[in-house]
Design a protein around this ligand. Structure first.
Ligand SMILES: *Cc1c(COP(=O)(O)O)cnc(C)c1O
Length: 350
């Protein structure tokens, strides 16, 4: 297990820079023994579907794919006809980071960007987009897509998801959740996973595994099982059907047996520690509340350059001095403290 006291100084750049968690690694080793039926008809895949169904406390249809872009794009495609549109926050991964995959796999469904605040879509903006046009010259709104936890490191409460569901229902929209960091949201809220999904009206969840400690793989969870019709064919056509499916599926029961929330809670705690320290650093301003495993802050250029010169890596794609630090499942408070120590040195002009 990655318990090094000295951090790789790239460890805050992204939560998919982290390795595989020991629970998943052990499950993979166990699943590696002997032969198993291919293409998902094996006992490991059955056990993973059962584990996810039991976690949520409901019957649901579950599919395993290689990555989050495919999970989102194929899930959205299954909700849309080509002439439909998907309302999402302007900061959504589906809009900004998937190279048009949702549009491609849906054969042209258009994404409509709603205004967001701290990564959360504004209900009034959803309503405005859903009602702006109803003529046949404009794609018909069909889905609301939200991200939990958000791209800004914030979390929707169960009430907020329910309120968005109410807006969605009012306007005939299905509700899709991009849960690449779903574990961080559940750990942050301390709620039952059902409270922010099917009980709050979510129809389809893309349940992230990769950022939570799996080597690869996400689960697409259909709470409205009618929407999963022919989804297996969609996965196969998109090149997302793993022939040795056991290796995508086997880590899930091990991860969901407590490890997912332990790791996500640890990552969240490290981010909170870093957020608190950054907020106290002269010249630094937090850009979003720190509610999950990411910290967004505006850093003076000299501070940012100084951290880089000391080997630290972090994203500054936000422009204007905006920086993103993300804590992975394996993050350690000592690593945070080392980064913070360098920050303090630099801020003091050392
Ligand atoms: C990481 C991430 C994904 C998945 O991205 P892939 O690189 O395709 O696995 C999806 N949504 C969000 C919000 C993410 O951060």
């Amino acid at each position: 297990m990655a318990t090094a006291m000295t951090p790789d100084r790239i460890c805050f750049a992204s939560d998919n820079y982290a390795g595989t968690c020991p629970e998943a690694w052990a499950a993979l080793a166990a699943a590696n023994a002997g032969h198993a039926i291919a293409y998902g008809d094996d006992r490991h895949t059955a056990a993973a579907c059962t584990a996810i169904s039991e976690l949520f406390g409901c019957a649901c249809d579950v599919y395993f794919v290689f990555n989050g872009t495919a999970a989102n794009a194929l899930a959205l495609a299954s909700l849309c006809q080509s002439y439909h549109s998907v309302i999402c926050p302007d900061s959504a991964h589906v809009e900004t980071d998937e190279c048009g995959a949702p549009e491609f796999f849906s054969n042209g469904s258009k994404l409509l960007c709603a205004r967001s605040l701290h990564g959360k879509v504004l209900p009034e903006s959803v309503a405005e987009l859903a009602t702006r046009r109803s003529d046949i010259h404009f794609p018909k709104p069909r889905v609301l897509s939200i991200t939990q936890s958000t791209e800004a490191g914030t979390v929707y409460t169960p009430d907020e998801v329910q309120a968005l569901h109410a807006v969605a229902v009012r306007h005939g929209l299905k509700l899709h959740m991009d849960g690449a960091r779903f574990a961080n949201a559940v750990a942050s809220l301390g709620c039952h996973p059902a409270d922010i999904t099917w009980r709050a009206g979510v129809d389809v969840l893309c349940f992230g595994g990769t950022k939570q400690g799996l080597p690869v793989g996400e689960a697409v969870v259909f709470f409205d099982r009618g929407l999963s019709e022919d989804f297996a064919w969609r996965c196969k056509q998109a090149g997302q059907l793993a022939s040795k499916m056991r290796f995508l599926a086997a880590p899930w029961p091990a991860l969901l047996d407590g490890a997912w929330l332990r790791h996500a809670g640890n990552a969240n705690a490290c981010a909170a520690r870093l957020g608190t320290a950054l907020a106290k650093t002269p010249g630094v301003e937090l850009l979003h509340p720190v509610e999950a495993n990411a910290v967004f802050a505006r850093l003076p250029a000299a501070l940012s350059a100084g951290l880089r010169a000391r080997g630290w890596r972090f994203y500054d794609f936000l422009g204007g001095g905006g920086a993103r630090f993300v804590c992975g499942w394996d993050c350690r408070q000592e690593w945070v403290d080392e980064l913070v120590g360098d920050l303090r040195d630099l801020a003091a002009g050392a």
